[in-house]
Design a protein around this ligand. Structure first.
Ligand code: PDD
Length: 272
């Protein structure tokens, strides 16, 4: 498998230094991009978000959105990815361990691709989730490599036999451990506004567009646990799970509803 590593294309193996600040501090950012029918989906949006994440943590990227897209297209072609993912990671680089930024360090970048089928069962039948305290930091808008809060909640879900954790901060539903969360009430979709407490999901942006095109109100307003449990429909989204209905939250069950199905159909059109 061809991998892009710091300006070069290599086969299979790369060598990461023990001084990589990504390892020592989680001092870096990433993106996961979907490939459908051998083509990148919403790649521009993903790389614009990568550039924003970099700017927010003061990493100076050497490449433009167009450069990144060209690299990904080459990998998809060389590696013959039909349905799959691209993983992009950029760290602040290598330096002797010190919390303070190094005076001079080059970002360390790798990009690889791999095949990954669509999660058809979850999309069709729905998933079970748990609720969990959102224990993450206050800059969840940055797609940072620091994912411990997300990892701990995802593991908690896994141990409870659930697929995802809906995270709650100060009584407010923020998002999943690796996805955005939505409820449907009286025909309208509600989801947390894009502030510092959630990641502005690219799939969320696509869903917003699908909602608008289908005249479904898309309301970016916070809601609490009571509204979550009283919802007509609950759904979650990410590049990995697309538009996935939730059929159980803790002990409460839900049906897969018509708005979720309508969004799934609209999303399907966007990717084909
Ligand atoms: N996660 N919120 C969080 C915390 C996420 O980690 C993700 C994506 C999303 C959805 O964003 P998008 O629609 O752009 O995938 C929301 C990726 C898939 C991951 O960490 O693997």
């Amino acid at each position: 498998n061809m991998i892009y590593f710091n300006g070069e294309y290599v086969e299979d193996q790369i060598t990461i230094s023990p001084d990589d600040r990504g390892y020592q501090f989680g001092d870096g950012i990433y993106e996961v991009i979907r490939v459908y029918n051998g083509k990148l989906f919403t790649a521009k949006e993903h790389f614009e978000r990568l550039l924003r994440s970099a700017e927010e943590i003061k990493i100076e990227l050497k490449l433009t959105v167009a450069d990144y897209i060209a690299i990904c297209e080459r990998l998809v072609k060389e590696n013959q990815v039909e349905t799959g993912n691209i993983y992009v990671q950029v760290t602040r680089g290598n330096a002797v361990r010190n919390h303070i930024f190094p005076e001079s360090s080059e970002p360390v970048t790798f990009i690889y691709s791999y095949g990954s089928e669509r999660p058809v069962q979850g999309m069709r039948e729905g998933i079970k989730v748990i609720t969990a305290d959102d224990i993450r930091w206050l800059r969840c808008d940055i797609k940072s490599l620091n994912l411990l809060g997300n990892v701990l909640n995802k593991q908690k879900a896994h141990e409870a036999g659930a697929a995802e954790a809906i995270q709650i901060r100060d009584g407010i539903v923020t998002e999943g451990a690796s996805s955005n969360a939505y409820i449907v009430k009286d025909g309208a979709i509600y989801t947390h506004p894009t502030d510092n407490l959630i990641l502005n999901g690219i799939t969320r942006q696509v869903i917003k567009q699908c909602a608008e095109e289908n005249h479904i109100p898309f309301v970016e307003k916070t809601f609490g646990m009571d509204e979550l449990l009283a919802a007509d429909e609950v759904l979650m989204s990410s590049v990995s799970i697309e538009v996935t209905p939730v059929i159980q939250i803790d002990d409460r069950t839900f049906n897969v509803g018509p708005v979720t199905r309508q969004l799934q159909a609209a999303f399907e059109e966007k990717i084909s």
